[in-house]
Design a binder for this molecule. Structure first.
Ligand code: GCB
Length: 607
């Protein structure tokens, strides 16, 4: 009796691990069948479809019976007892969060089951098929035709499962349980300042590949030699060793033949006499084609270098000032979690109209359209792991979860020229346990991607008890390449006049990037410049803050808080906040506040 159960558990564990290890590079450009659209759903706050009445998971039972939702049970005869029926339920749109689709799910945090039926004919019977999720918040269990594919934890990164063996030509049913309950040991944890949108928030697709396919690659410009493009490629499949791979960059007249080693991997270097380097001024992307006899994948890649020298951030050998803005992943078109190319374009156009050459994607990895478009539009990007505020620093599983989330976003975005900074965390309180956690995470990130910069949004402190002299006293400051910190002088920390009194004593010889400052203002509310919530207060705070920050010798950029007002359950003040954090320079309806123009003028003056 016991044996099959154990075996089953092992298979699940293995599949979950595999799914995370083998996340394919550039799923974005793979030919795919979208499973977007309407999915049936069951709200299941007690996880009744997952556990039996003894609170044992149905999926661990040899015979899960009619109670398990993942079996999509149907009444076999009139005596049969089945207490659910997906096909009679209402539908939710995928991709999309449930909170903004159904009024009664606005505050819902819990588990919800999705079901979609589909037919599928392979292009070639030999091919493999994967189901790929752009993201789903927060814990996701996936089943196909009654069999578990695996589980994924983390709300903002992609994951995939191979379905080759389980897929039928007709009447497949995919069932997905998504649970967005906040957890103390989660990443992020219980407390954040944004809406905990639940559901399958990004696209779901079926990706068909050849039996052995190009699963992973990284291609970039060498930091040491700007005439050298180098990288690595890895195949996945039974026939991956000693295989020929061709890499070509037609516009540069480059074609190179490579051969994989016994493990299906190869590394390469290509000399390039001249090329246009990617930068905000010239966001040149080259078509890069990788092919084997069975598989071809194309990407659009920009070539640039990024490093720091003393207090400078150096792009392609020249110092750059990061004219930025922070952005949450909220749709400027319909509200709710954004997920479309149109949402991304609108947000990035707002940033461009502010004069930005840089954005901070707070506080978690955003959808892939953002970085793909940033590549095209010439906008430098900070990507952030959702290690926010008070994480369970001592918990090993919490650490592994954070590590897996950064790994998945690196795997997705490592070929994006726009992405220059991996941020480890936001406003985390210093302690030995926190320092160990972040050091380990930073070492992991550097090992996975030595080509980019590491940072974290830190906090500033009084220098030697002097309330007007500010410094950065944080052990993790030694680790970061870019010294970033948030500060709210004039909002949470005194009145605006205080900005004039502040002196900076920053001892680290590193570029300083102010990751946040800001003030709340309700669009259309006018008054004196010392009256909170008016546009004039926010405008005045921007004027004084920019003068104050210009006193920092090592200042190399900023990303004020925030581009657009965003939903947060922490913000309950009636008639002003109404569930919105009002620090946006633009209202959720797209109206520009006065401070927008102050920042724009400042950025224009930096040209
Ligand atoms: C912060 C946080 C950010 C908040 C912001 C605020 O320091 O990093 O997530 O939304 O302040 O508005 O208080």
């Amino acid at each position: 009796m016991k044996k099959p159960i154990l075996l089953l558990c092992c298979v699940f564990a293995l599949q979950t691990l595999n799914a995370q290890e083998q996340l394919m590079t550039n799923a974005f450009n793979r030919e795919a069948t979208l499973l977007n659209g309407y999915w049936k759903y069951i709200v299941d706050p007690y996880e009744n479809g997952f556990y039996n009445y003894r609170y044992e998971p149905f999926e661990n039972q040899e015979n899960p019976g009619n109670g398990a939702f993942f079996t999509n049970a149907k009444r076999k005869d009139k005596a049969d007892l089945v207490e659910y029926d997906f096909d009679k339920m209402d539908s939710l749109k995928v991709p999309g969060d449930w909170n903004s689709q159904k009024e009664n799910l606005f505050y819902y945090e819990g588990s919800l089951w999705y079901k979609k039926s589909f037919d599928y004919s392979k292009r070639d019977p030999e091919n493999r098929v994967f189901v790929y999720f752009g993201a789903s918040n927060y814990e996701t269990d996936v089943y196909l035709n009654g069999t578990k594919l695996g589980k994924h934890i983390g709300g903002f990164t992609p994951f995939q499962f191979e379905v080759t063996e389980l897929l039928q030509e007709q009447e497949n049913f995919i069932i997905v349980k998504v649970d967005n309950k906040r957890k103390k040991e989660g990443v992020p944890t219980l407390n954040t300042d944004w809406w905990n949108y639940g559901g399958i928030t990004r696209e779901v697709k079926l990706i068909e590949t050849s039996k052995t396919y190009i699963a992973d690659y990284q291609i970039s410009l060498s930091k040491e030699n700007k005439q050298l493009v180098n990288g690595s490629i890895e195949l996945n499949g039974d026939n991956k060793s000693k295989k020929r791979i061709k890499i070509s960059i037609p516009e540069l007249n480059i074609t190179k033949e490579l051969k994989t080693d016994g493990e299906g991997k190869c590394v390469f270097e290509i000399n390039v006499k001249s090329m246009t380097y990617w930068s905000p001024e010239t966001p040149k992307l080259y078509k890069v084609v990788l092919s084997t006899v069975e598989d071809t994948i194309t990407d659009q890649i920009g070539f640039r270098t990024i490093e720091t020298k003393g207090a400078d951030i150096v792009l392609n050998g020249a110092s750059v000032f990061l004219k930025g803005i922070s952005i949450h992943e909220e749709s400027p078109i319909n509200g709710g979690r954004s997920n479309s190319k149109e949402d991304a374009r609108k947000l990035l156009e707002h940033a461009k109209s502010l004069g930005c050459n840089y954005i901070r994607l707070a506080h978690y990895p955003h959808n892939e359209y953002m970085v793909r478009l940033a590549d095209e539009m010439g906008i430098l990007v900070w990507e952030e792991n959702p290690v926010y505020w008070t994480i369970s620093w001592e918990n090993e599983d919490t650490y592994l979860n954070a590590q897996n989330q950064i790994l998945e976003v690196i795997q997705r975005d490592k070929n994006r020229a726009s992405v220059i900074i991996w941020s480890m965390a936001n406003e985390t309180p210093t302690s030995d346990a926190r320092n160990r956690f972040l050091r380990r995470l930073a070492a992991f990130t550097k090992a996975k991607d030595p080509s980019r910069l590491i940072s974290a949004a830190l906090e500033q402190q009084n220098f030697q008890e002097d309330p007007y002299t500010r410094t950065i006293h944080d052990d993790f400051a030694k680790v970061v390449d870019v010294l970033s910190f948030n500060q709210y002088i004039g909002w949470y920390d005194g009145g605006i006049e205080k900005c004039r009194e502040i002196k900076w004593k920053i001892t680290q010889n590193k570029p300083v990037l102010i990751s946040e400052f800001g003030a709340g203002a309700k669009y259309g509310l006018h008054g004196e410049k010392d009256e909170r919530w008016t546009e004039e207060y926010q405008e005045y705070l921007y004027e004084e803050t920019l003068k104050m920050l210009d006193q920092i010798d090592q200042l190399r950029g900023l990303s004020p808080w925030i581009l657009v007002d965003f939903k947060s359950p922490r913000r309950v003040l009636p008639e002003i906040q109404d569930n919105y954090n009002r620090k946006g320079l633009i209202s959720e309806k797209g109206e520009k506040k006065k401070a927008f123009f102050v920042l724009k003028q400042y950025y224009d003056s930096k040209n």
